[in-house]
Design a protein around this ligand. Structure first.
Ligand SMILES: [Mg+2]
Length: 230
């Protein structure tokens, strides 16, 4: 019988790392460069959103049609600027992440993937800049769907494809820093793990009733015991 494995799906911003708002700034620059619009993006809801949903919010007040061509154009500008912005900004990998990824990556019973509202090119730039891209074999990204709640099954089927293993819903953990990550886990019937290292406080996350809630992931062995049992 195949060994039963756990699938851990990580959000990026506010969960694995903070980029010092390099992403927001790169989007703002892209909007200016590609569409001639200077907008400080106040009022845009970034946390837990997908890049596709953010692009639509950015276009709406300026009557830019959210066509696939316009969105692709914005993202090309975004990726170009993100590569320049990441080293200029003071970001960091969040507490305990490197240690946790290192331990989980070394375990045969764990599979690590991404479940993120970032487009894949943006995710790769951010994670590579902070040296954590190689821990993840695959992911579900904003390229797959504009609605984050549709991304859980995408990540799950990629894991099955790669590993030929079955992952029951109780073996799939969605780790994120916003209520939207909790909703995304719920939408797929997966386990919701909230971490208060992003823009959302612990109380606000608790109100959304995640299955597990951590201040941060710095207690590597404690986190592993809590989530995986041993
Ligand atoms: Mg996040």
């Amino acid at each position: 019988m195949a060994q039963r494995k756990k699938l851990l799906l990580f959000d990026i911003d506010g969960t694995l790392l903070l980029t010092g708002r390099a992403g927001e700034h790169a989007l703002r620059l892209a909007l200016k460069e590609r569409f001639g619009v200077d907008d400080d993006l106040t009022g845009i809801s970034f946390a837990g959103s997908t890049d596709g949903a953010i692009a639509r919010q950015m276009f709406a007040p300026h009557k830019i049609p959210p066509t696939p061509e316009n969105i692709a154009d914005l993202f090309d500008g975004y990726v170009r600027n993100l590569a320049l912005e990441l080293p200029r900004r003071e970001g960091r990998v969040l507490p305990g992440i490197l240690e946790l990824l290192e331990v989980l990556h070394g375990r045969e019973d764990c599979v690590l993937g991404l479940l993120t509202g970032n487009i894949e090119r943006g995710a790769e730039l951010k994670l590579s800049h902070y040296g954590v891209w190689d821990y993840f074999e695959f992911g579900a990204f904003a390229d797959d769907h504009v609605d984050r709640n549709k991304l859980g099954p995408v990540a799950h089927s990629r894991a099955v494809e790669k590993h030929g293993a079955r992952f029951g819903p109780e073996d799939v953990f969605v780790l994120g820093d916003t209520p939207r990550d909790i909703d995304c886990a719920r939408a797929a019937g997966f386990v919701a793990v909230a971490i208060a290292t992003g823009s959302c406080g612990k109380e606000a996350l608790a109100a959304h009733k995640p299955d597990f809630l951590f201040e941060d992931l710095s207690d590597t062995q404690g986190v592993i015991r809590t989530l995986l049992g041993s």
